[in-house]
Design a binder for this molecule. Sequence first.
Ligand SMILES: [Zn+2]
Length: 359
Amino acid sequence: MALHVRGVLLPDDEVRDLWLVGDRVTFTPVSGAETVVDGGFVLPGLVDAHCHIGIARGGAPITSLDQARELAHIDRDAGVLAIRDAGSPYPYPELDEEPDLPRLARAGRHVAPPKRYLRDIGVEVDATEVAATVAAQARAGNGWVKLVGDWIDRGVGDLAPAWDADTLTAAVQAAHAAGVRAAVHTFSESAVEIMVRAGVDSVEHGTGLSLDLIDEMARRGTALIPTMINIATFGGIAEQARGKFPGYAEHMLALRDGFPEVVRAAYEAGVPIYVGTDAGGGIDHGLAAEEMLLLHEQAGMAPIDVLAAASWGARQWLGFPGLVEGGLADLTVYPEDPRRDLRVVRAPSRTILRGQVVR
Ligand SMILES: [Zn+2]
C-alpha cells in the first residue's frame, strides 16, 4: 500500500505531493495511495547525530536489545528517525535494519585511556594498543569509531589529552585506514587542537575550540556536534569535583560559559553543525527539539539552519537520503511553519518511518 503526502516540503518551500512506496519516495503519482498527510510542513525525518542507546539512564551499559529498542523508540516518537550512536558498550548490530527503529549509524565502543573515562563504557587501552583497538571497534560499528580525546587526569587535576599527540593522530589514521569515520569527544583546548589537525571527521562537544581551529574546521569540512544540552550540565560536574579538583571545576565552568560563543563562531565560520543531544547516561532521550532550540537561542543559528542541522543536512552527512526521488521514506511533519517559530518542533503532527506511519 502506497502512502500519499501533501504539504510544504522543506527546504524546497513549495507545496508538493509525494508518494511513499515501501521505503522509497517518488514524485510520480501512484494511483490508489492512501493520503496520510494533507497540509503542514514536511521535513526529512530528524536526526540525533550524537546519542547513546547502549547506555541506560544513570550510566550503566544496557544489558538487552530490548533496552536499546526502548530508548530508540523514545527518540523516534519525538520525530527522530535516524540516530548516530556515538559509542555503545553493548553491541546491537541486529537492530540495524529493524523496521520500527530509527536508522542507525553506529560507532563500536568508545576507545578510551585506562582508568580515566566513565566506568564500564569504553575499551580502555594504553597508547601502544590504540591503533589496533580502533581497527577492531571500526569492525564492531557500521561506519564510525568513537575516540575519547580527553578527560580529567586526576594526577594533573584538570582535563588532559587521553594519549600523546602522535597516538591520537595515529588513532584517526587507523579509523580512516579501516574505512570508517572518526568522532572524537573533547572538552579541552589541547585535545581538540590535536584532533582537528589530525583530520578527525567530527568534534563532539568541542568546548575548547579556538577561533583558529574553527577556521581550520571550516576549511577541512570537519563537523561539530555541540551537544549544548550536555554542556549545560557542566555546573553539576564542577560542583561535585570542586573539593578534590578545584582547577578542573573552574575550567569546566569557564568552558561552559564560553560555549555559546564558540558555537556561534563556528556557525558564522561555516563549520557544518549537527544536532546531537548526548542522550544516554545522564541525559534523557527524546530531547532533539530542545537541542534545536538551544542552537537557535544560545548560539544564534537561524531556524532554517537549525532545521538543516537536524534534518536534511544531517541525513546527507550520515548517508540517509531525504525527500528526493528515490530517497528514504522517513518524514516528520509539523502543523505550523518551524521557520517562523522553531518551538513547533516540540510536537510533530505526523511521523513516518520507512514508509510506515509511526504516529
Ligand atoms: Zn556522548
